[in-house]
Design a protein around this ligand. Sequence first.
Ligand SMILES: [Ca+2]
Ligand SMILES: [Ca+2]
Ligand SMILES: [Ca+2]
Length: 167
Amino acid sequence: MDATPEPVINSIAVGEPNPNPSTLVEGDDNTNILCGTGGFDLIYGFAGDDILVGNGGRDYLDGGDGNDILTGGPDAEPHVSDNFSFDQHDGYDIITDFDPSGPLADPSYRPDTIGLKDVTSLNDIDSIVATVTETPMGDAVLHYGETTIVLLGVAGVEIIPEIFRFG
Ligand SMILES: [Ca+2]
Ligand SMILES: [Ca+2]
Ligand SMILES: [Ca+2]
């Protein structure tokens, strides 16, 4: 039986100060615990079973291969959204705080989004929405290729095409 690798904490800040600073946080092929800043973060887990936390701000979280736990983080402003990105071989991932709610009629409102890297048509998104299931606890489960995504606290009926984006 393989020993569980020790968590490795990586936090790498890249870029010059600017009005919209972003921070790049990257893991490696081990299990990583990756935490963003209060601002805009790009967080990549790569291989390994990782924990990604965006914290405040509009964040981009990509767990990569392995079974990852993703948290966008609490955001003070209601119109700040986090984007969670997946491909078809990302293992069994859990999003702990996905927020699909809000007045979609409000053009300034942006829900959290799920980016699907190999999806290029609205038909593909409709197909994924049609195959949503729920855990026994009532949490929505998305099936995307070999990837399974569990959205804690989100009902299956809340999974609508508007929460998806390409890439
Ligand atoms: Ca990973
Ligand atoms: Ca952040
Ligand atoms: Ca966030």
